[in-house]
Design a protein around this ligand. Structure first.
Ligand code: ATP
Ligand code: MG
Length: 241
């Protein structure tokens, strides 16, 4: 195995069973993502993009095949082992922001650090403030998500995604609910994370936001129909190559 592989799918299949209907959401997909890549996944609705991201993000298990994260087979891991990897290695951004309504902006961003015993309370506080400063939301620490615009909520979600210094950020249609100005800001924030060495895998319908990627994958009917590699790679790949 290539030591730079973060994500390795080997014939990953995901079947959803609803009543007596079986759907092959992912069909024997082989895919590797290396550190320092910026991968965009596009394709028609129902093609399996979100399913791929869910399995990749350890939010859902595959039905068959093997998934190695940083070289370790996660297919048979326990829920707590998976949660630990998810918490320390991955950041998530969703179309619908997915902030917790009942807690403040500050507390939302602090969530991924909550169970991190490798970081002191003082450093956690500093990281949350720095993350919110980085996305231009440091003036809204005490607000509740509902008191923010959609674009502001997504900026907070991006801060939450990177506050724990993950290896990879997984984003599913992060601009899907945003006006074009807010969408641009969110894409710039993701680009900034990429420039600082974070690997990115993003699902998007919007061709405007595929130009920053180092690889574009087209998914159709649960399979990878085509992929296009581009250069240059990000800093992390250059650093470890
Ligand atoms: N929980 C589920 N139960 C049953 N079928 C599901 C479930 N989730 C997804 N599917 C089916 O799996 C297939 C792939 O869905 P998925 O959400 O991955 O597509 P997508 O490419 O993300 O689509 P979109 O662009 O609309 O978000 C679809 O046929 C969908 O109906
Ligand atoms: Mg989807």
């Amino acid at each position: 195995m290539n030591g730079n592989n973060l994500i390795q799918f080997e014939k990953v299949t995901k079947i959803y069973q609803a009543g007596d209907v079986e759907t092959f959401a992912i069909h024997e997909v082989d895919l590797q993502i290396k550190r320092g890549e910026y991968v965009v996944i596009s394709g028609p609705s129902g093609g399996g993009k979100s399913s791929i991201l869910s399995v990749m993000g350890l939010l859902d298990k595959c039905t068959s095949g093997r998934y190695l994260f940083k070289g370790s087979d996660v297919t048979g891991m326990s829920r707590s082992e998976l949660a630990k990897i998810r918490n320390t290695e991955m950041g998530f951004v969703f179309q619908s922001f997915n902030l917790i309504d009942t807690i403040s902006v500050y507390d939302n961003v602090a969530l991924p650090l909550r169970y991190r015993d490798d970081i002191s309370a003082k450093e956690k506080d500093q990281r949350v403030k720095d993350a919110l400063l980085n996305v231009g939301m440091d003036h809204r620490l005490k607000h509740l998500p509902a008191q923010l615009s959609g674009g502001q909520q997504q900026r907070v979600a991006v801060a939450r995604a990177f506050v724990g210094s993950p290896s990879i950020i997984l984003a599913d249609e992060p601009t899907g609910n945003l006006d074009s100005k807010s969408a641009e800001i969110v894409m710039e924030l993701l680009q900034k994370q990429f420039d600082s060495g974070v690997t990115i895998c993003m699902v998007t319908h919007d061709p405007r936001y595929t130009t920053d990627a180092t690889r574009a994958i087209h998914v159709f009917d649960g399979s990878i129909q085509s992929e296009e590699f581009r250069t240059p790679m990000g800093k992390a790949e250059i650093a470890t190559a």
